[in-house]
Ligand binder design. Structure first.
Ligand code: HEC
Length: 267
């Protein structure tokens, strides 16, 4: 073979190149780094999504009640949510559909998860159009979305009274303030004359304790993670079956090869 005639220095160059290509390939698949995008520099909390029927049901309830007024998730149908969260179609219609279609009819189980807010209204009311959240955990990462939902702070200088340490000057109000209450951001000097975020200080209590709020956000962000990749579980289990099949097939192929070549003299 030609490769046998390569000098050892060429071989090591080849190895280094292969290693570099592999590293770049793998690192481009890695999740985003642990600091927030948008230059806020705030450290993100690590978040592992939960995927159980109960958590999906609770997360969907928070989403439909508190987010769908402004945001949509209209790559998804309510009927798929019913199937994936272990709910009957009737239960979804009764407990999770709160919108009417443009023609005034109650939204149906087979419909996409949309709302009727126009882009113009969103821009006018909030200074930015509330985006479709169906893929938000894919674009921002679950750590970002989780930390963002816990980082709304009181800020009277903002038009809607709220700011966000992860997404400075965000157009979104603190829609979960009745649950979480209000907190303030406390800043400290970083030694180089810059004010950097230090910690949150609770100011007004909400209906939930800090632990209950965390668990609500866990369900909510897990639901958003589900929207971003609804078939992950099925894909993983199929992937394992495919790998097992290939392994068995490899053994058969090796045995077959031996059988075919057994009478051919070696050298
Ligand atoms: C009153 C309207 C309103 C409601 C209700 C609302 N949002 Fe928003 N949201 C906005 C607006 C406006 C923006 C765009 C902010 C910007 O770009 O400055 C936004 C942005 C976001 C973003 C960041 C998107 C990005 O650009 O990366 C996330 C995540 C988000 N919202 C999640 C939620 C969740 C979860 C809920 C429900 C708990 C919710 N929002 C409820 C108005 C709303």
């Amino acid at each position: 073979m030609k490769l046998l005639f390569l000098s050892s220095s060429m071989m090591s160059k080849l190895t280094v190149t292969a290693f570099a290509v592999a590293t770049i390939g793998v690192s481009s698949l890695m999740p985003q780094s642990a600091t927030a995008a948008g230059g806020s520099g705030v450290a993100l909390e690590h978040f592992t999504p939960v995927r159980t029927d109960r958590s999906l049901q609770r997360g969907a309830k928070v989403f439909m009640n508190y987010c769908m007024g402004c945001h949509t998730a209209d790559y998804h149908r309510y009927s798929h949510l019913a199937r994936d969260a272990g709910l009957s179609n009737e239960a979804v219609v009764e407990n999770l559909i709160f919108t009417n279609d443009a023609d005034g009819e109650r939204t149906k189980i087979g419909s996409l998860m949309g709302n009727n807010m126009t882009k113009e209204y969103g821009k006018q009311a909030f200074g930015a159009v509330p985006p479709n959240l169906a893929l938000i955990t894919r674009s921002r990462g679950v750590d970002w979305v989780y930390t963002y939902m816990k980082s709304f702070v009181l800020d009277e200088s903002r038009p809607l009274g709220a700011n966000n340490t992860v997404y400075p000057n965000v157009g979104m109000p603190h829609v979960l303030a009745d649950l979480q209450g209000w907190q303030k951001a406390v800043y400290k000097d970083d030694g180089a004359g810059h004010e950097v975020f230090d910690r949150f200080q609770p100011v007004i209590a909400g209906k939930l304790s800090a632990a209950e709020y965390d668990s609500t956000i866990t369900d909510l962000v897990s639901f958003l993670d589900y929207l971003g990749d609804p078939n992950r579980e099925a894909r993983h289990s199929l992937g394992i079956k495919v790998m097992l099949f290939l392994l068995v097939f490899l053994v058969l192929a090796v045995l077959l090869k031996k059988e075919y070549w057994k009478d051919v003299p070696h050298n």
